[in-house]
Design a protein around this ligand. Structure first.
Ligand code: SAM
Ligand code: SF4
Length: 329
């Protein structure tokens, strides 16, 4: 699939549920309302959609949410998707998770062909962890990370960088990741969805964080590329990779290779734009996949050049109305 700007789209991120067992302060409000179940695609429908994307040229699938591992029977979907790895149609199947259910799923994920996962963890302080996730259990996430490593999964820690919250912790987290053999990525908070507070208060520029870290650590340039908004360095002292995701800068849109599917079958061609295609109607109205594939190709033809994120101190509404848990990031 090639978009109007000549970019090959071969990476699909799929949110399999909007529900979550955490309520991270930057992601959701505490009284978040979720979709009625009848609007959410069945696992069979998600499988069918993913298969169509793979047949159209998607080589990498990331399962996300909400919290993907709280969706009932989600391992069935992983098993189906794993078959595309066996056939060679798919290069990689990955997942982004908060880690709460990893201890019971890590071995099965590996068996389905998953080799790398992202675990979101913003702090190593159990009290701060409870404050930011509101409902999270720190020890369970730690056990989940260990179970994933034991199962043979490579783990990357994703931490959202938040002013006055974890900016003094990254140094310690780098040490911890080095000891555990984990890569780490820092993410700038994005203005997505109403969370009941002004986002400008949370915003922390990663260029400043990088500068501070480079005073203590040797950050060696790395040519690792994912087509996304991350730039990477290798931490010489630990040998592990450190990424910086700066979604508010525009310099990654030229290489964007991805689209995002929500659990209701809505395809977003850009994380930072509202235009979307409703694939659920096409999916449910047609028993064969031709019309579905046609709808996907038409959507790719509308993929925008880039996003319009800004965090404006005076703006009282988010740049994009939907929450990150809708598209999974
Ligand atoms: N529940 C899973 C998890 O937390 O990893 C997967 C979904 S979560 C929406 C995906 C990622 O988006 C997490 O790493 C989370 O920290 C990040 N995220 C959520 N809201 C965000 C925001 N407003 N800005 C930046 N990152 C955000
Ligand atoms: Fe849930 Fe992930 Fe959002 Fe946290 S970031 S509330 S774990 S979906």
């Amino acid at each position: 699939m090639i978009d109007p700007f000549g970019r090959t789209v071969d990476y699909l991120r799929v949110s399999v549920t909007d529900r979550c067992d955490f309520r991270c302060a930057y992601c959701m409000s505490e009284d978040m309302s979720f979709l009625p179940k009848n609007q959410v695609l069945s696992l069979e429908e998600l499988d069918r959609l993913c298969r169509s994307f793979v047949e159209l040229g998607v080589r990498k699938l990331r399962i996300t949410g909400g919290e993907p591992l709280v969706r009932r029977n989600v391992m069935w979907l992983f098993q189906q998707l794993g078959r595309h790895l066996d056939s060679g149609a798919l290069d990689e199947l990955t997942v982004t998770t908060n880690g709460s259910q990893l201890a019971r799923h890590a071995v099965d994920l590996y068996a389905c062909g998953v080799r790398r996962i992202n675990v979101s963890l913003d702090t190593l302080n159990p009290d701060k962890f409870l404050a930011i996730t509101r409902w999270g259990k720190f020890d369970r996430v730690m056990a989940g990370i260990d179970a994933a490593r034991d199962a043979g999964l490579a783990v990357k820690i994703n931490a959202v960088a938040l002013r006055d919250f974890n900016e003094d912790e990254f140094d310690h987290m780098l040490t911890w990741c080095g000891e555990k053999g984990l890569d780490m990525t820092l993410i700038e908070a994005m203005p997505m969805g109403d969370i009941g507070q002004n986002r400008a208060d949370q915003h922390l520029a990663l260029s400043d964080v990088r500068q501070t870290l480079s005073e203590k650590w040797n950050l060696l340039p790395s040519d690792h590329q994912t087509g996304g908004p991350a730039s990477y360095v290798t931490v010489k002292e630990t040998g592990r990779r450190l990424g910086f995701i700066t979604p508010l800068s525009h310099n990654f849109c030229e290489s964007c290779n991805r689209v995002r599917l929500t659990c209701t079958g809505t395809l977003f061609m850009c994380l930072g734009q509202d235009d979307a295609a409703d694939l659920r109607a096409t999916l449910r109205e047609n028993a064969d996949d031709d019309a579905l594939k046609q709808a996907i190709l038409e959507a790719i033809d509308r993929k925008p050049k880039g996003h319009d994120f800004i965090i404006d101190r005076d703006a009282d509404s988010p740049a994009v109305a939907r929450h990150m848990s809708v598209t999974g990031g």
